[in-house]
Design a protein around this ligand. Sequence first.
Ligand code: NAD
Ligand code: AKB
Length: 330
Amino acid sequence: MFKYLVYLPPHMGTEDGRRILVTGALGQIGTELVIALRECFGNENVISSDITEIEPENQSLYLVCDVTNKAAISSIIEEYNIGQIYHLAALLSATGENNPELCYNVNMNGLLNVLELAKEYNLRVFAPSSIAVFGPDTPSIAPQTYPLNPTTMYGVTKVAGELLSDYYHSVHGVDVRGLRYPGLISWKMLPGGGTTDYAVEIYYDAIRKGKYTCFVNSETKLPMMYIGDAIRATLELMAAPLGSLSLHSNYNLGAMCFTVNELVNSIRRIIPNFEIDYEIDHRQKYADSWPDSIDDTTARLDWGWEPEFDLEATTEIMIENLKPKLLNSM
Ligand code: NAD
Ligand code: AKB
């Protein structure tokens, strides 16, 4: 059971009776966040949206919405009486570096549209950031406050997104909150084109083939988190009283950090014959520009953040859930 339910009883509806819109809801986080939000606030109160058309049988409370189209978001807000947006639509680091212009357009103009509409319709907003805000000059344990000099377009949009969100909070009073998520590990949906994707793909290939070819080297160490912790952190931050927050859009959020080698060893405890080899590509450079670990003291002090899943627990959950899913589909 998620801890946030302690102070968010299920199916209570939202505080102001207006609905929640999730953008980018078909992605790695959205897939699980929509389920959790519906558990908390009731199915009918959570509208999921993304840029893709989906099968008719899955269309209930799903809308196609391109976040670069402000009028499209606006008409959903009006028609469905929206009071909060969890704004997940984005291009991640690897996809973003393949198409930096599109990355800038979706990540910046999408957020600007959401914040402008939040000002107009008095909406609360969750707008996630990332460990990708940090650059190669950051110490290996990234402090909460440090000069942000990212070297990817994705990182540039995340830094600018934090600043833009803080601007809308301080100048227009918009209640916008965000977390610097680490790389997220989940089994319901594959990640959508990031650098930390190896930490998910490895479990899929360990189960399907007993072998994984990794695109970053064995000593690559990054901050990571199991999706259950990330979803709970999101809901806990959004439930925290505004007055308790010393930051808004840029909370460092940590859980665990490990090298690829350590990840391989944790998988070998369950799949002893698991093999790994390496074909390093451009994503090594992005990984090397990010910190090994992240100091999340401010999140712990302000709203009581505490992670639950370590590497061993994550590996157990991943293999336990992926095994039936993958082996049944082979
Ligand atoms: P994802 O790539 O899995 O999902 C993003 C979704 O956005 C996709 O379903 C995609 O179709 C959609 N999208 C793309 N362009 C769109 C547009 N123009 N309009 C509407 N939808 C569009 O990403 P995710 O992992 O779910 O990430 C969600 C948020 O969390 C992003 O802001 C990301 O930067 C942040 N984040 C994720 C991670 C992670 O490891 N997953 C880590 C740090 C931060
Ligand atoms: C990526 O690798 O791009 C994301 C992130 C850490 O923001 N998973």
